[in-house]
Structure formats: C-alpha cells, structure tokens
Design a protein around this ligand. Sequence first.
Ligand SMILES: Cc1cc2nc3c(=O)[nH]c(=O)nc-3n(C[C@H](O)[C@H](O)[C@H](O)COP(=O)(O)OP(=O)(O)OC[C@H]3O[C@@H](n4cnc5c(N)ncnc54)[C@H](O)[C@@H]3O)c2cc1C
Length: 476
Amino acid sequence: MTETGMLERLPGTSVDLQELAAQLSEGALSTDPGVIEAHSKDEALFCPAEGATALVRARSVADVQETLRFAHAHRIPVVPQGARTGISGGANAVPGSILLNVSSMDRILEVNQAERTVRVEPGVINQDLKNHVAQFGLSYPPDPGSVAISSIGGNIATNAGGLCCVKYGVTKDYVRSMTVVLADGTLAHLGTDTAKGVAGLDLRGLFIGSEGTLGVLVEATLRLIPALGEPLTAIAIFADERSGLATVADYMAAGATPRMLEFVDGKTLAMLNAFGGFGLDENAGSMLLMQADPVPGQAEAIMSVFTEAAERNGAIDVAYSDDPADSEALVAARRMAQPAYEKYAQEHGGGQLLDDVCLPRTAMAEFYDRVAQLRDESGLMITVIAHAGDGNTHPSVFFDTADPQETAKAERAFAKIMEIGLELGGTITGEHGVGYLKRDWLAKELDEGTKQLHRAIKSAVDPQGILNPEKMLAAV
Ligand SMILES: Cc1cc2nc3c(=O)[nH]c(=O)nc-3n(C[C@H](O)[C@H](O)[C@H](O)COP(=O)(O)OP(=O)(O)OC[C@H]3O[C@@H](n4cnc5c(N)ncnc54)[C@H](O)[C@@H]3O)c2cc1C
C-alpha cells in the first residue's frame, strides 16, 4: 500500500495507484515527493531528472513483473534503476514515470564451483560479489571505478568496463545467462547456464548494454575464473603526455598482456596529490601504471618488455615492485581520480563534464594533442586519464557552473572531444553508456542501417515504448 496521505491516482488520469500497491510487497510503492526526488537522479550532470510520479522499491521478481504489467496496461513510462552511480543520466526520472529500483534485490543465490559460476540478484554490489566468491578461490574480474558502489544489474545494463579489461574483458564476457522481465511483465531467460550454447539468437548479448530500454534484469548467472595471483606492478614517468600514450601502442604491439595499463596525465597527478597526498610525481607530464599477472621465474622478463617500450618512447623513470602493498597503494591512488576531480571542481566553480571516448590504441597520442589544442584554445582546464590498454580515455572538462558563457564553452568542448574521437576512428562511449547525455551523439555515430535495426528491435521488444524512454534510443 502507499503511505497514508500519499498520491493515489496518477496526476491528470484515472489510473489508480492503489491497484498497483495491492499487488506489490508491503511498502514497496512510494509516492512521497521527497522520496521520489531523492531517487530521481544518477551521478550525471546536465541531464533532466524531473516528473516521476512513483517509486517502486522491488523486493522480488513478482514486484518487477506486477509493476511492468501495470505500466504496460496504462502506458506508463518505467525507468529501471540499480545503484544510480551511472554518469550518463540513464537512471534519471522522465516525466510521468515510475522509477523501478531493484537495488534491494541483492542476494547472492548460489556459487557453483564445478561450473565456476555464481547466480545473483541484480542489486548485488560488485565488490560484495568479489569478496563473496574469493572464499571459494574464485574471482569476478570486471572492476569499474565504481566497483564499491555500483550494482551487477547496472553493470550488465551498461556493459561496464574498468581497469582490468585490457586482459580480462568487460562485463559481457562474464554473463552466461540472465533473466529479464519484458515490457508487458513476461519473464524470459536469455543465454544458457552451460559453458557453451548456441541455441537461438544471442538475445543475452542484445540485452547486455541496453541500458534499461529492452527489459529489467532480475537475475544473472555469471562466469568466474580462478582467483588471480598478486600482480607485478610498474610505473613509468614521462616528461609529456603523448610519450606516455605512444608507449601504450608500442608495448601492446610487442605482444604484452598486461592485466592493467592506466594512463594519468600530469594535471591529474597534481589533483590526486591535492586530494590525498599520494606523493605522486606531479612535475611529470604523465604516468603509466601497469600490472601483469605473476609467472614464476618470469618477473624480470615481463618487466623488461615494459621498460624497453617506455624507454624507447623517452620515459624519464621506470620502477617496479612485486610488493602487494605498493601495488595496492598505486591502484588505490588511481581509483581516487574521480573524487580528486570532484574536489578540484568544487574549488573551481563546481562543473565537471567527464567524457568516455574509446580509440584505437595507435590514435591516442594524436587524440591527446588535439584535446590539448582544445584546452589551449578554450582556456578551460581539461584533464585526461585513460584505461589506456583499451584505448578508453576519460577527458574531463572543468568549468564554473555560475558562468553561463563558460558553461556553454565547456559543453562545446565536451562535444568537440567526441567529434575528435569519431574522426580518429573511435566511439563516443567505451563504457559509461549513452543514457540521456549522449543520445544525440549515438545518432551521429551509427550508420543508417544500424539505426534502422535499433528502431526495429526497440519496437518489437517494447512496442509501447514504455521502457526508459527519452534516453539511449530516443534519437536514433
Ligand atoms: C566514481 C565513479 C566511477 C565510475 N567508473 C566506471 C568505470 O570505470 N567503468 C564503467 O563502466 N562505469 C563507471 N562508472 C559508471 C557507473 O558506475 C556504471 O555505469 C555502473 O555500471 C552503473 O551501475 P548502477 O548499479 O549504478 O546502475 P544505474 O546507474 O542505476 O543504472 C545505469 C543504467 O542501467 C539501467 N539499469 C540499472 N539496473 C538495471 C536492471 N536491473 N535492469 C535493466 N536496466 C537496469 C538504468 O536504467 C540505467 O540506464 C563510474 C561511476 C562513478 C560514480
């Protein structure tokens, strides 16, 4: 039931919310404006998030099915939500919508050691899953920067990446099967729980990364791998940015298989020190942070491939360690980049637009040059970090939100960065997704045939267009 005194009908309609409340777990439906407002936004800037009329905090698959049956019958938009850590506005409210939040469905249901799989509900937090499977000597590798706060359902819906993807792949590489609730409330099990399976179309693949526009994920069976050993860790310091980025393509072309290869520019090193006193070399132009899996007796050989590539590209210092404490400290510092950016932004007018352009590795140095030119021309602070082994860059544009001209300039710079990325053979988003923020840019990236396919699939799976409208597929 709704709380006493709360909205009982959808505004401007005769739709009775009590009908829905009666079908749900006790207290699952809220129409309290304060509660709705607190659940209406993810972490993105500049994305509308107004107008939701109800929040369902689903506790069971039945709650999700009942909500979608009701919404389908009355043509009400539904916004699926996990932990709302997204940075593209994908989980934001749209006018007249029901927010369908599954973060309370957070049980780890079963670890199958023989199959090396784990069955989970969608609200499980990624790090909690990692911690749980570690006791079985198993590992779930996908590790977005938001690993401690984002949900597996959201990770699957955005096909989240992270730091270790360069060797271990992204979320889609670990989803064996998933159960989704379709727009009319029907349940569908996509993929197989077995290691192999080619029966029928790959609908599992279609739903991964669909950002809540095709169905609501209520359970997943995920592939696990044996626990990883303590890594070898190296850093290389460069006088400028392009040398660090040029090293990446060179190193990968030498046949290297790092488990992590991160790029941090000098401006970010300084912001990290200001945030956490990490003692990083902030006079450097850039730093590469590399981790490799340990191979007995091979540490020197593994490190020499990295050292040689870095030195060929002018590194001024290369250092490595097999001490887990060193390695953890460096990765922990790298993971603090976003909080460090937030501190810098707060002290400089509050605005940060975070881009997510993924490029061919060989194009990263030129990409940096063009972003640096944009920084010089615009006078804006623009920083770059990158999951460089994957070519996945994260430029950030900082600005004063109280200054309309500077805000407009920052929005143009944010767009220009995507344009440069497309010109260099990249994509507008490597991992953060399209959401609301980049919906117009998706239409620029896709060709006409691909847009037609997107439209056809959306109208076949969600004919009334109730699932997460105005987001990823709105402009294709
Ligand atoms: C500090 C920080 C660092 C980050 N680093 C990374 C990174 O390294 N790599 C990366 O990929 N992302 C990163 N992100 C972005 C974000 O954490 C990911 O997109 C994450 O996968 C979102 O998960 P969530 O549970 O918060 O989903 P939400 O934000 O709640 O939702 C994201 C999208 O998925 C849909 N959705 C959520 N749950 C479901 C479901 N059960 N069924 C259907 N659709 C659903 C929503 O409608 C929305 O479109 C970062 C974010 C922050 C704040």
